[in-house]
Design a protein around this ligand. Structure first.
Ligand SMILES: *[C@@H]1O[C@H](CO)[C@@H](O)[C@H](O)[C@H]1NC(C)=O
Ligand SMILES: *[C@@H]1O[C@H](CO)[C@@H](O)[C@H](O)[C@H]1NC(C)=O
Ligand SMILES: *[C@@H]1O[C@H](CO)[C@@H](O)[C@H](O)[C@H]1NC(C)=O
Ligand SMILES: *[C@@H]1O[C@H](CO)[C@@H](O)[C@H](O)[C@H]1NC(C)=O
Ligand SMILES: *[C@@H]1O[C@H](CO)[C@@H](O)[C@H](O)[C@H]1NC(C)=O
Ligand SMILES: *[C@@H]1O[C@H](CO)[C@@H](O)[C@H](O)[C@H]1NC(C)=O
Length: 564
């Protein structure tokens, strides 16, 4: 008689079934107006599915938030992605529920739980960049993007771990420890927005935010079977996000499907010109207020022209590289089968990711000046380090030699130096060459794997083999889509995800998202991580549980120390 049993598990939710119990349920509901929410499963939830569940009375906003909190409490210890929750999340959900009763539902993201990378300022939480030395840095106000998300009534659920200060792609930090890849716990989740990738793949929220200075919105999407957009330089304000590079930094969303990604982009880009980030003066004025979800379904792949950047592959066969070659070959076969043209651009040998990175990357020149400005202006109680020198001479860090080589350069480099000007000239040349290639081959997009090898194992010295630098320097937009998986193995029960970058001309996000929408519908490879593909019992919370950063699991390969 299982169906007539009322189970009460301490503070846990009631599991109700059978007509008799419905009466009990109704009595309970009277005392707690929005209590019933077992019936909405938040695994793979989308903006539309949450809204449908809310507006048909299947669940309440408190129910939606509680369901995600329950998943986080139960599954986060296995991947260590979330490092802090918003103590106000349930109170905001209750306010949304009251607004539904009052018929006052507004906003594209009404009651949509969102997780933020730990470098976004969002009150009432601290912004640490994953760095122990910044644990007490309390922002005075929200980042411009966070303001935009809140204006559309998104619920900021919490913060996720990142590679410390966004300087590498391993997603390990002194404050947050190591985040694990949900598809293969012996591997990193990519980075630096690796906490976002791991959390969104595991359905800890509907979507998340990341930042990208070289690879960081694309590497976690690629490694976690997700979609992301690195926007054209200037499309989304970066104000209120811990900076690294004026030339290379971008902010953007990471999601499980293209429609959610397009809506998130629409909201984040809705800020338009922001006087706190002068690059936002660049987009043409007709893009301000553009709805990127409106044009996902028209058109087709037939007749489109893709340039395959074969120089962005590693043809030396190995278990780490061959799966990438195979998955990209399959993707190209698929595109051709849909009537698209795939142009070989091997001739255009100027594009070698490793060389471009070595010769033209400008982070080390821009980092100190930007961080000085950010740290001086953003701590509300003045206890955190207030300058680059203050932070890097006092704080302790995950010491990865390659990562901190340029921090040391940053002490003595500046945007006033001659070599900086030369690099900026080189970037102009590179951009011109890239734009000529688009014109010459009449390309709609360039395609290449985000990474030449599978996302690296925990404890590796760097996230090697990534191809993000071309877009990072030239400021062109990229939408990343899942391309496939490596073969299954003991560590990776459904394989390790492999993602493809699609780069377009400046401000062609709408077109790229349309192409990505066709690809993800016709060639869908989205799979939940095996360990997370189960429903988690929803708890009844009186308050948001406290999740503390897990500093205890930093791999031995990464000593913690001062920079010397
Ligand atoms: C809807 O709710 C918002 C936020 O609480 C409030 O500012 C606004 O006045 C409400 N509108 C109506 C018509 O009640
Ligand atoms: C955030 O910063 C404040 C102010 O420095 C500090 O008191 C508080 O403990 C910090 N919160 C967390 C969760 O570390
Ligand atoms: C924009 O801001 C950057 C960095 O703060 C500064 O170097 C640059 O001169 C500014 N450009 C304009 C046009 O104001
Ligand atoms: C950029 O291109 C110009 C003109 O072709 C050339 O003279 C210059 O050397 C190039 N500079 C760099 C840094 O590549
Ligand atoms: C290419 O892959 C091989 C085999 O995994 C590896 O040894 C080599 O370092 C890679 N080269 C590059 C440029 O990534
Ligand atoms: C979850 O697991 C079931 C059963 O193994 C499978 O059929 C389904 O496709 C999985 N869902 C996702 C989204 O991967």
């Amino acid at each position: 008689m299982k169906s007539a049993i009322l189970v009460f598990l301490g503070s846990r939710r009631l599991i109700l079934s059978g007509p008799l119990l419905l009466l009990n349920a109704l009595a309970l509901q009277a005392a707690c107006a929005f209590a019933l929410h077992e019936s909405f499963d938040v695994r793979e939830a989308t903006i539309d599915s949450v809204h449908n569940a809310l507006f048909t009375g299947l669940t309440s906003c408190r129910g939606v938030v509680s369901a995600f909190l329950s998943r986080i409490e139960e599954l986060n210890p296995l991947i260590n992605a979330v490092i802090g929750l918003n103590p106000d999340a349930l109170a905001i959900a209750d306010e949304m529920d009251q607004r539904m009763v009052a018929g006052n539902v507004t906003g594209k993201l009404f009651c949509i739980p969102v997780l933020l990378k730990e470098n976004y300022d969002a009150t009432p939480m601290n912004t640490t960049g994953g760095c122990m030395a910044l644990a007490g840095k309390r922002p005075a106000k929200d980042a411009s993007t966070v303001k935009a998300l809140k204006r559309e009534n998104a619920i900021i659920l919490g913060k996720v771990n990142m590679h410390e200060m966004a300087l590498e792609g391993l997603s390990v930090s002194t404050l947050g420890g190591q985040t694990f890849n949900p598809y293969d716990q012996t591997r990193t989740p990519g980075g630096s927005s690796g906490g976002t990738g791991a959390a969104i793949a595991t359905s800890f929220a509907v979507f998340g935010t990341g930042t990208d200075t070289v690879n960081s919105l694309r590497s976690p999407a690629s490694a976690n079977n997700l979609v992301s957009v690195r926007p054209t330089r200037g499309l989304i304000s970066r104000a209120g996000v811990i900076p690294v590079s004026y030339t290379q930094d971008t902010a953007g969303p990471i999601a499980r499907n293209i429609k959610d990604l397009a809506i998130a982009l629409t909201v984040m880009a809705s800020i338009g010109f922001d006087e706190a980030d002068n690059a936002t003066a660049l987009p043409p004025s007709e893009l301000v207020g553009k709805d990127y979800s409106a044009e996902l379904h028209g058109g087709h792949l037939k007749g489109l022209r893709f340039g395959a950047l074969n120089g962005f592959r590693n043809y030396t066969a190995s278990s780490e590289t061959t799966p990438i070659i195979n998955v990209m070959d399959d993707m190209i076969k698929f595109l051709k089968s849909e009537g698209a043209h795939v142009v070989d651009t091997t001739e255009d040998a100027i594009f070698t990711a490793t060389e471009i990175l070595a010769e033209l990357d400008v982070q080390q020149y821009e980092y100190r000046e930007l961080l000085d400005a950010y740290l001086a202006g953003s701590d509300s109680d003045g206890t955190a380090p207030t300058s680059f020198n203050d932070l890097y001479t006092k704080g302790k860090f995950i010491v990865i030699p390659s990562q901190y080589a340029y921090v040391k350069n940053a002490f003595v480099s500046s945007t006033g130096s001659e070599s900086y000007a030369l690099r900026q000239l080189g970037i102009k040349n590179l951009t011109n060459a890239l734009l000529s290639m688009f014109s010459c081959h009449k390309l709609d997009a360039l395609i290449y794997p985000e990474q030449k090898n599978l996302v690296v194992k925990i404890g590796s010295a760097s996230q090697s083999g990534r191809n993000g630098i071309l877009a990072a320097l030239t400021g062109l937009p990229v939408v990343t889509v899942p391309a496939g998986f490596s073969p299954r193995s003991e560590d990776a029960p459904i394989g390790v995800p492999i993602g493809m970058e699609m780069m377009g001309l400046p401000f062609s996000e709408g077109k790229l998202l349309n192409i990505a929408s066709h690809i993800t519908h016709l060639h869908s490879t989205r799979r939940m991580p095996t360990f997370a593909n189960r429903s988690v019992e929803v708890k009844e919370y009186s308050e948001v549980p406290v999740i503390r950063p897990n500093m205890g699991n930093i791999p031995a390969a990464y000593p913690i120390g001062v920079l010397s």
